[in-house]
Design a protein around this ligand. Structure first.
Ligand code: SF4
Ligand code: SF4
Length: 324
């Protein structure tokens, strides 16, 4: 009997999700035994034409990581969608826009200006910028269009499931593959991770008081947090309160507060707004009755980059989507 075909592809991402596949370690041998990997450009020498030659729906499952920002990425994910029975948005960037999604605080022109003209390491005296078509020594050179806006995968193609995380942990990846192989799949559109918040599984949750109030915020470099204590108790913003669990508390275990890469819980429309509301509800001015606007600004001053903090992984999926 032929094995189910599986494809993996990356778009606007750092490559960490590809490494998450390698993190399967010896389980990868089990996966390779059970499925036929038919496309994985980062690791195997299959070509686009190999995918084009397949029948529609022939690939049982495709994992796509990375956000979508170029014409080439759009073309490839549309092709893979056509050829695949199931598509899983793999990792924060495909799921919510991720770190590349922070590009939506800028436009294409300013991104090009910074990358190709003004960054300290750039030497470009003629001010050459990328174009989609150029004549080079009599040959026509084409490059994919770089979009003004970064998109999540489901803003470009239909997505069946989401595997969250930056990068998704190996155990959730293995569970997802097993679910597909056994046909034991949840409802379409599900996020393949626990439904509760990170605080629910956090080893520090016992030290999280029922009623927290923070009257002085601190930044991570200003304190060495007590490894037993909830970060909020120490005045450090931890987005575990509004973030889905399932990551294995990776940041918490290295004494860093959560930054929300697993995205929000079910039913939340805007992860950043939810995080703002969760943190705002525990901030407290020392003398609330007589507080001035300056006192409020003083309390918030340690949040050096509020939009970047609360929308670190989710700007393209937010109601704002981009800054202008
Ligand atoms: S706020 Fe952060 S440190 Fe505190 S219990 Fe939740 S995840 Fe853990
Ligand atoms: S602690 Fe938060 S930011 Fe860190 S891996 Fe887990 S969900 Fe992601």
């Amino acid at each position: 009997m032929s094995k189910p075909k599986v494809a993996l592809y990356w778009c606007a991402s750092c490559g960490g999700c590809e490494e998450a596949v390698v993190d399967l370690a010896e389980d990868l041998l089990e996966v390779v035994e059970a499925v036929d990997i038919v496309f994985w450009p980062v690791a195997l020498d299959f070509k686009k034409k190999d995918v084009q030659a397949m029948k529609d729906g022939e690939i049982a499952l495709t994992f796509i990581n990375g956000a979508i920002r170029t014409g080439e990425q759009k073309e490839m994910v549309e092709l893979l969608r056509r050829k695949s029975g199931l598509v899983i948005a793999f990792g924060s960037c495909a799921h919510l826009g991720g770190i590349p999604g922070l590009g939506n605080f800028y436009d294409r022109e300013s991104a090009f200006e910074r990358a190709y003209l003004t960054s300290p390491s750039t030497v470009n005296p003629e001010g050459v910028l990328p174009v989609t078509e150029a004549d080079v020594d009599g040959f026509e050179l084409t490059l994919p269009e770089f979009w003004n806006t970064v998109h999540t995968l489901d803003q470009v193609i239909d997505v069946d499931y989401y595997l969250p995380g930056c990068a998704p942990p190996a155990d959730l990846l293995m569970e997802a593959i097993t679910a597909v192989l056994t046909g034991n799949l949840p409802e379409k559109g599900a996020v393949l991770a626990p439904a509760k918040s990170l605080c629910d599984s956090c080893p520090r949750s016992d030290s999280k008081p029922l009623k927290i109030s923070i009257s002085k915020l601190k930044r991570p470099h200003e304190v060495e947090p007590d490894p037993e204590k909830c970060f909020l108790e120490e005045g450090l913003i931890c987005l575990g309160v509004s973030t889905r669990s399932g990551c294995g508390e990776r940041c918490i275990n290295v004494n860093m507060p959560c930054r929300g890469c697993f995205g929000p819980m079910d039913g939340v429309l805007d992860a950043g707004a939810k995080a703002v509301s969760a943190i705002a509800s525990i901030l407290e001015l020392e003398d609330e009755e007589n507080a001035t606007e300056e006192d409020i600004l003083e309390l918030l001053r340690p949040i050096a980059d509020p939009a970047g903090l609360f929308y670190m992984y989710s700007l393209p999926s937010s109601l704002l989507r981009r800054s202008q």
